[in-house]
Write a protein that binds this ligand. Structure first.
Ligand SMILES: NC(=O)c1ccc[n+]([C@@H]2O[C@H](COP(=O)([O-])OP(=O)(O)OC[C@H]3O[C@@H](n4cnc5c(N)ncnc54)[C@H](O)[C@@H]3O)[C@@H](O)[C@H]2O)c1
Length: 241
């Protein structure tokens, strides 16, 4: 089950998983049915808002029933808001926490009974911004740092059930989220987002590059990895000057 799988990184993960032979349920607030139809191979589209307990419970129940169980959970649904921390509205702060941090926990909470039934893997999409603060992404960074800590707790608490939990911390990836951030960056700073990315990361990553890593982490090839947060950013985190 992949949250936020209708486009971007989640969509690439859904395509990579189905190519690897998995049956996938896409749980998304929009476009889930359409994406599932386009991917095919038995992919299920489920309308789900990760902010809502009722919605998440129904989505997990449907995925578990229709797939005949749940082996892999990818917590990918997320939003970003660019703003100086002190200018961020209370509504935007609450939305970031509600979707990114609370949503990750809520889907996990409802999926655990099915996951521990057969052993499996959890992949949480955090961010490089969860490993170090980014200017203009302060609250987002806070939620993503929280996801890294949640991942460690998941790993420790589910180890005895044979379920592994790991996080991916992408740098800048070419998706709608980054396109939206690009416009906001230019408005706030007057600078070019593209030039900033080129300076610090060299190039944008692709959703497929994150999907390859997610496929590895979800597979038995990663059997020794548990509770880690892997940075995928062309070495941007090493940039010091
Ligand atoms: N693009 C990047 O540079 C980048 C970098 C680091 C981390 N990430 C993370 O990767 C994940 C995917 O982001 P993306 O770049 O593909 O962005 P995106 O905006 O293309 O995709 C986000 C997906 O989440 C879904 N979603 C949003 N709110 C939801 C909700 N309440 N319930 C269910 N689904 C919801 C959207 O419909 C969409 O399908 C996010 O968690 C994001 O924070 C992205």
């Amino acid at each position: 089950m992949i949250t936020g799988g209708h486009r971007g990184i989640g969509r690439a993960i859904a395509e990579a998983f189905t190519a690897a032979g998995a049956r996938v349920a896409i749980a998304d607030i929009e476009g889930a049915d359409t994406a599932a139809g386009e991917i095919g191979r038995g992919t299920i589209g489920i309308s789900c808002d990760v902010r809502s307990s009722t919605s998440v419970a129904a989505a997990v129940a449907r995925a578990t029933t229709e797939l005949g169980g749940l082996d892999i959970l990818v917590n990918n649904a997320g939003i970003a808001v660019l703003s100086p921390l002190h200018e961020l509205s209370e509504e935007d702060f609450d939305s970031l926490v509600s979707v990114n941090l609370r949503g990750t926990w809520l889907v996990y909470k409802h999926a655990v009974p099915a996951l521990i039934n057969g052993g499996g893997a959890i992949v949480n999409i955090a961010s490089l911004a969860g490993m170090a603060a980014f200017p203009l992404l302060g609250a987002y960074s806070g939620t993503k740092g929280g996801i890294v800590r949640l991942t460690e707790a998941m790993a420790l608490e589910l180890r005895e059930y044979g379920v592994r939990a790991n996080a991916i911390c992408p740098g800048f990836i070419d998706t709608n989220m980054v396109q939206g951030s690009s416009d906001a960056f230019a408005t706030i700073t007057g600078g070019s987002f593209e030039q900033m990315v080129t300076a610090v990361q060299g190039r944008l990553g692709t959703p497929g590059e994150i999907a390859s890593l997610a496929t590895y982490l979800a597979s038995d090839s990663a059997s020794l990895l548990n509770g880690v947060a892997i940075i995928a950013d062309c070495g941007m985190n090493l940039h010091r000057v």
